[in-house]
Design a protein around this ligand. Structure first.
Ligand SMILES: Cc1cc2nc3c(=O)[nH]c(=O)nc-3n(C[C@H](O)[C@H](O)[C@H](O)COP(=O)(O)O)c2cc1C
Ligand SMILES: CCCCCCC(=O)C(=O)O
Length: 366
């Protein structure tokens, strides 16, 4: 691992290590994967405007999120089935995040249960990503378990009433290996074993459980069910951010689900400024999608994100080196971001403002 010095190095190593079933599931985007590449390319369309001679000998890259501290402003997005990458899966990932002082978001569709993940990092900051099912008793029981286990927020994913068309999975199918299960569901009731038996039905099977009739009223339903903060994940338009606030969301996450749902939607960094403008400080705004370097973290914060998250990068870290690999990924983001702060004359995150970046082509001068 010593020779792997950036997220891209880990990605290339993980591509050599993972079996085809896991790799195609993890890496795929929807349809022609145009948004998948644009999520990354869009960051390159923003330049950084560095300021000189500003005493950067002492820097503070910590911040607060939902009123509590994080050591640096990058956390772990929820990604399903992390034991496909490493036998310790979610437990390794949450330990890595906790040891680095940042937030871990557990997917509903995890291969380690809420209870196992809580026990793996009792003192780490943990949020729970929620899919809302037709079976509301099942959904409510997930929420209650998250509360009991000390998860401090719910991340309500709103961009996946059905799963997108990930072509590699349609061609080759996807199988949850028989030694793994969807650990948050009682054995039998969710019938997770069926996922492994019929290679072509895994996504259709889960689609059938999801509630496609969800509306904004369901944010109210959740609001009544729990006192936990609710972060609405999957927002791409200012008007939806506005509605999320009206319905009681504590935060919004600008996300296109890692470009796995609807192709040709906006790259998240392009969607961010309009949403930040509309929200106007009424709630925290987070972002994920294509965040690959410390420079990307810097740009998203300059454009108004309170914190950013990465999904696949942590899967690459897990695949390469389990907990240690996931930790190294977080260290890379932290160290790159810290250096960007130093080289731009930005001693702390509060000094990051819109002036710190400019979009190429917007003006003839910097
Ligand atoms: C393999 C994989 C599984 C995912 N599973 C979930 C999930 O269970 N719930 C969810 O809300 N988002 C899920 N996502 C989306 C991520 O939370 C996140 O939005 C996305 O990965 C961010 O993009 P990035 O991978 O470029 O960092 C998944 C993404 C990937 C790549
Ligand atoms: C086989 C179950 C489907 C899980 C899908 C999780 C997810 O959100 C994703 O993007 O993949």
């Amino acid at each position: 691992m010593d020779k792997l010095v950036c997220v891209k190095d880990f990605e290339e190593a993980a591509f050599r290590i993972l079996d085809n079933n896991a790799l195609q599931y993890y890496k795929s985007g929807a349809d022609d994967e145009l948004t998948l590449s644009d999520n990354k390319d869009a960051f390159k369309r923003w330049m950084i405007r560095p300021r000189m001679l500003r005493d950067v000998s002492k820097r503070n890259i910590s911040t607060t999120v939902l009123g509590k501290p994080v050591a640096f402003p990058l956390g772990v997005s929820p990604t399903a089935m992390q034991r496909l990458a490493h036998p310790d899966g979610e437990c390794a990932n949450v330990r890595a995040a906790a040891s680095m002082g940042t937030i871990y978001i557990l997917s509903t569709i995890s291969t380690s249960s809420l209870e196992e993940v809580a026990a793996a990092a009792p003192n780490g900051r943990k949020w729970f990503q929620l899919y809302v099912y037709k079976d509301r008793d099942l959904t409510a029981s997930l929420v209650k378990r998250a509360e009991k286990c000390g998860f401090e927020a719910l991340v309500f994913t709103v961009d996946a009433p059905y799963f997108g068309r990930r072509r590699a999975n349609l061609r080759d199918g996807f199988a949850l290996p028989p030694h793994l299960r969807l650990a948050n569901f009682p054995k039998g009731s969710e019938n997770s074993e069926a996922l492994g038996k019929d290679r072509h039905s895994a996504f259709a099977f889960h689609d059938a459980l999801l509630d496609q009739a969800l509306t904004w009223e369901d944010v109210h339903w959740l609001r009544k069910l729990t006192k936990l903060p609710i972060i609405v994940k999957g927002i791409l338009l200012p008007e939806d951010a506005e509605t999320a606030i009206q319905y009681g969301a504590t935060g919004v996450m600008v996300s296109n689900h890692g470009a796995r749902q609807l192709d040709t939607v906006a790259a998240t960094i392009d969607a961010l400024p309009g949403i930040v403008e509309r929200v106007a400080g009424r709630c925290e705004v987070y972002l994920d999608g294509g965040v690959s370097t410390g420079n990307d973290v810097y740009k998203a914060l300059a454009l108004g994100a309170k914190m950013v998250f990465a999904g696949r990068a942590l899967l690459w870290g897990l695949a390469v080196g389990g907990e240690q690999g996931a930790r190294k990924i977080l260290q890379i983001y932290r160290d790159e971001f810290d250096l960007t702060m130093a080289l731009t004359g930005t001693p702390n995150v509060d000094s990051l403002t819109r002036d710190c970046v400019r979009k190429y082509g917007m003006t003839s001068h910097l």
